[in-house]
Each structure stands twice: as structure tokens, then as C-alpha cells.
Design a protein around this ligand. Structure first.
Ligand code: B12
Length: 212
């Protein structure tokens, strides 16, 4: 027997009906949406491993992405303390997935959590070249640029963004945070970034520190 929860196991099995049913039940029971996301995320990690072991293929990766996105559409409005309409923004964050990488599920969760906790987020999308991050930081005056990176071979892109911010004279005023499954402290050091965040909650803490 595995130690996975029923939801995580259903996710790993890509049993769409069961996953949606369980998520609906948890929402109705008033469970914390962040906990629900965590359970699904554990499923995603396991699916990644099965893919590495050639037990799952690209079609399964695609399907896991579709299921996760449907769940997020339900959970997104429940994330954070949803900002009051007239409340001023706590600060601006520029975020995107680096060039040649099209993974956006994790980035989108970070965007939702930051917006939900009162930050203005300029989301540049996926496959974003370094100069776009620099231009957006300049234009918006953001004090934080967030880079999502899920592929080992795009690590140099992280470094490129940091270097181009430096070349544009912005490095003293703009901090850089990186995230995405294969990122860690070592990757942060390689890139010359200021922060590594393991999840969306850590991203919120970083913003609090910068915009306190
Ligand atoms: C779903 C998925 C896909 C989907 C993506 C759908 C989408 N719209 O995003 C599709 C099918 C498109 C895909 C494609 C590919 N994938 Co893919 N994919 C995955 C999978 C299974 C899940 C990723 C995911 O969404 N996780 C769930 C989210 C919630 O987690 P997360 O991204 O880590 O985000 C959290 C934190 O990391 C953090 N965070 C994330 N971003 C940021 C940013 C900032 C600023 C901060 C502060 C925090 C932060 O907060 C998030 C929320 O808590 C992973 C396995 C894994 N372990 O990650 C493989 C994985 C990332 N993919 C992999 C590969 C190899 C590929 C392909 C090259 C496959 C192929 N042969 O074509 C292509 C590459 C396409 C491209 N050019 O980008 C490998 C990468 C290996 C590596 N380290 O280099 C992985 C690790 C699978 C594996 N184990 O082999 N993939």
C-alpha cells in the first residue's frame, strides 16, 4: 500500500471523474484550498517520476496538466484573502516562465496566491526571453521579478535574466526569485538570484519581506 491520500492516488491514476468528485467534496467540506492543491501537486510529482521511468508518456503529462488546470479554475477564486476593491496594491511583481519553457501551472498558482494576498502581478506568460523581463521591470518599477523554470536545460536562462537586469542598471533595486520543481539553492546560486521559493506560500513570504 502506498502512503498517498485518496485524492493524490486518484490523480496519479489520472482518474478524472474521481479526482473532480473528491475535490468537490473537499470544497463543500470547507477544506483549505492550499491543502487540496498540495495533494494534487504530490500526484504531479509522482506522475513526473513515472514519466522518467517510461511508465507514463507525454500524453499522460498533458492529461495531468489539463486535470490540474480544471481544478485550479475551481480553487483560484478561493485563494488568499481576496483583495478589497479599493485597497491599494501592496506592491508590483513581474513574473513569467523562462525562455523555451512552457510549464505554467506552478507559475499560475503563484500568480493567484500573490494577487489573492494583495500584490499587483504582471504575468508575462511562458517562453519569456530575458529582455522582456527587463523591459517589464523597468516599465512597472517592480521590486521583484519571479522566474519559473521547470527544465534543467533552461537554467542558463535564469542567469541571463539576472545578468541583463544588471546590465540595465536595475540589479540594486530589483530582486529576483526563482521557482519550479528542479530549482533549489544551488540553482539560485548558479543564476545569481536572490531567493529560491519551493512553493507559492514561500513566494508570498518573499513579497512580504520585500514590500514590508
Ligand atoms: C504537467 C507537466 C508538463 C505539461 C505542462 C502543462 C502546463 N501547462 O504547465 C506538458 C505536457 C506541456 C509538459 C511538457 C514537457 N515536460 Co513536463 N512536466 C509536467 C509535470 C508532470 C508537472 C509540472 C507541474 O505543473 N507541477 C505542479 C506545479 C504546481 O508545481 P511546480 O511547477 O513545481 O510549481 C510550484 C513550485 O515549484 C513553485 N514555483 C513554480 N514556479 C515558480 C516561480 C516563482 C517565481 C516562485 C517564487 C515559485 C514558483 O510554486 C508552485 C506552486 O507551489 C512535471 C513533473 C514535476 N515533478 O514537476 C514534468 C517535468 C517538469 N517535465 C519534464 C519534461 C522533460 C518535459 C518535456 C521536455 C517532455 C518532452 N519530452 O517533450 C516537455 C517540455 C516542454 C517545454 N518546452 O516546456 C521534466 C523536466 C526534467 C528536468 N528537470 O529538466 C519533468 C520534471 C518530468 C520528469 N520527471 O521527467 N510537462
Amino acid at each position: 500500500m502506498s502512503n498517498f491520500t485518496e485524492l493524490t492516488q486518484a490523480f496519479i491514476n489520472l482518474d478524472e471523474e474521481k479526482v473532480y468528485g473528491l475535490v468537490q467534496k473537499k470544497i463543500a467540506a470547507g477544506e483549505d484550498p492550499v491543502g487540496i492543491i498540495k495533494e494534487c501537486n504530490e500526484g504531479m510529482t509522482e506522475i513526473g517520476k513515472l514519466f522518467e521511468q517510461n511508465e507514463y508518456f507525454l500524453s499522460e503529462l498533458i492529461m495531468s496538466g489539463e486535470i490540474f488546470k480544471s481544478i485550479m479554475a475551481k480553487l483560484e477564486p478561493m485563494l488568499g484573502d481576496v483583495q478589497q476593491e479599493n485597497e491599494p496594491s501592496k506592491g508590483t511583481v513581474v513574473i513569467g516562465t523562462v525562455k523555451e519553457d512552457i510549464h505554467d501551472i506552478g507559475k499560475d498558482i503563484v500568480v493567484s496566491m500573490l494577487r489573492g494576498t494583495g500584490y499587483e502581478v504582471v504575468d508575462l506568460g511562458v517562453d519569456v526571453p530575458a529582455d522582456k523581463f527587463v523591459a517589464a521591470a523597468k516599465e512597472t518599477g517592480a521590486k521583484l521579478v519571479g522566474l519559473s523554470c521547470l527544465l534543467n536545460f533552461t537554467f542558463p536562462e535564469l542567469k541571463k535574466v539576472v545578468d541583463e537586469l544588471d546590465a540595465a542598471g536595475l540589479r540594486d533595486t530589483v530582486k529576483v526569485a526563482i521557482g519550479g520543481a528542479p530549482c533549489n539553492e544551488e540553482v539560485r546560486k548558479f543564476a545569481g538570484a536572490d531567493y529560491y521559493a519551493k512553493d507559492a506560500a514561500a513566494a508570498v513570504s518573499i513579497c512580504k519581506e520585500i514590500y514590508q
